[in-house]
Design a protein around this ligand. Sequence first.
Ligand SMILES: Nc1ncnc2c1ncn2[C@@H]1O[C@H](COP(=O)(O)OP(=O)(O)OP(=O)(O)O)[C@@H](O)[C@H]1O
Length: 293
Amino acid sequence: MTVLARAIDATRRYGDVLALDHVSLDLRAGELVGLLGPNGAGKSTLINLFAGLRRPTSGTVELFGGSPLDPVRRRGIGVTPQETGLPESLRVGEITDFVSAHFPDRVGTPELLARFGLGDLARRQVGGLSGGQRRRLAVALAFAGRPRLVFLDEPTTGLDVEARRALWDGIRSFHEEGGTVLLTSHYLEEIEALAERVLVVGSGRVLADDTVGAVRGMVGTRRVSLVADRLPELPGVLAAERAGDRFDLVVSDPDRLVVALVRSGAPFSGLEIRPATLEEAFLALTAEPAAHA
Ligand SMILES: Nc1ncnc2c1ncn2[C@@H]1O[C@H](COP(=O)(O)OP(=O)(O)OP(=O)(O)O)[C@@H](O)[C@H]1O
């Protein structure tokens, strides 16, 4: 599959801060990739390198097989940074027309606005938009020039459920037409809902690069929930919570736990076992090594 963007042993420092530490990865045509990581993990830095906004301190970053600093190559991408300041006095339609005018092949303003659920707001001044509407407009603008590759840094932060879904629909339709997306998110349900591939980053390094299911499997934790008056000492419990008479245990080996529980003779009921959510997997992957002990 064609590689659209590539990092080879890329390191980026800001003074003493090591924001990216020898990162190597490919973004291939048609992928929808989720980039997960705690605050300060290096997600925005990675996007900035691919988008040609920063250079690596060492290593190589390529966009469409060449330098991300090349303006012709940059025309093939769309970017929505975490924070965007749009001119308050311009109308929504004027801004989309203005941005689209920079691209040889563009999406018409009515189509672009409709795709992101903003069709009724073309004549509204930006100053009169809600926070969520502004955010959707900022994301829509990344798609104005029919990019091949889009970088979205926390696209749905601050949006309510309905606005988030409208935005997901816009991202999905771009992807279904063959577009490639890298998006960062703190909403793990968002990564699960949209992405096929997940990159987990922590402290500037890629900790996992796999399918959503595999990342969960890699951590391999399960949640065991049961009702009991009290629990005996049980093997492999990583975390435990109690709400009333229901215990909720995070365990690495649920079979071993259940065998030990039955053997102990302690009465229990309402046993439920389910896979860890991506959030639980993510926390375990990005935890400091001491936390696994
Ligand atoms: N311009 C800068 N000057 C100095 N340090 C910076 C700069 N930009 C980023 N950093 C530092 O580099 C590290 C990685 O930051 P980055 O913004 O890439 O993380 P992130 O994963 O996007 O975080 P968040 O989820 O909070 O947006 C952090 O320690 C951050 O403080």
